[in-house]
Ligand binder design. Sequence first.
Ligand code: FEO
Length: 395
Amino acid sequence: MSFKVSEHVTWVGKIDWELRTFHGEELSTHRGSSYNSYLIKDQKTALVDTVWGPFAKEFVGNLKKETDLSKIDFIIANHGETDHSGALPELLKEIPGTPVYCTANAVKSLKGQYHEDWNFQIVKNGDKLNLGAADLVFVEAPMLHWPDSMFCYLSGDNILFSNDAFGQHYATEHMFNDLVDQDELYGEAVKYYANILTPFSKLVEKKINEVVSFNLPVSMICPSHGIIWRKDPLQIINKYMQWAQDYQENQITIVYDTMWNGTRMMAEEIARGIKSADSQVTVKVFNSARSDRSDIITEIFKSKAILMGSPTINKGLLSSIGGIKEEIKGLSFKNKRAAAFGSYGWSGESVKLLTAALSEAGFNVLNEGIKEFWFPDSEARENCFRFGETFARGL
Ligand code: FEO
């Protein structure tokens, strides 16, 4: 499969309908993904990124239908991660010596992964590569989301190849933003941002401001996953600016795990208390052992406050809450409030542990949390209800 993106650009990537997890088993991809590779034909021919390794042979075979491989003058590796560089070994076996344009950090990551000494051409911010009538302009974008990441901009067709930024794990045969279901598209785009880009929000904001300051016309944004933004492409840039600025909606998310439903009952009473204090706020409740972790992270991203609950087991937390605890620490959410809860039978450390973990993860912890003995009786349930009310009123 291939399709025309613009006068000079053809999409030559791979739609991966089957993909259900990414980064090993870390990130769920309910709607599959795509690995977008772009062939630019001017007086010179350039290839921007490739596809994930398992599809390398198929990719090279399809590419041969679009061009004689020997006509490829330049390969651009916007990012070294293997979902975009995975077909380089297969391709460069066919056209050895073809220059690979990338950042200095990408040379390190590509050599580290493939142990090959390809013809690397290191580019820096603002460097240009002339293709004939048009130029490719390179924009380094370190930590969006790897040290080696960069964008490139094609003059003439006015296309920004943004690699992971503005992408989504979203397999669709339509491949353009104006042709797909907007709720699906934005659901995947925000999930991608929440789970991958949140820790780098300050850099996202800075890079967008820098790119906007160039005053370059942008007709399309071509990311390396998901659809191409051709209708009002600045809409996703504006969204990223909102998401990068400590984004929150009027939502509180309650995440818990439970052994014999004691902590579940606490969660539900807390949710009732919140609603009693604030009928407008959206309250979402997840059992972390029975819900998708990446989806929970997306809901936390959208929240102004969270409550995390676990009973105490072996002086610690249930393991699904342990996983969430680890993720939120790394994601460095900002401007979110929090509290902890949990039931206990003997030692009862969980609430203290969760309170400390939320604080360490950068949440503004509003109180010491609430713990209830064994299975909450009517008085304990009332305590939880009041706890939810007080929490909501304290926001
Ligand atoms: Fe889509 Fe960071 O690779």
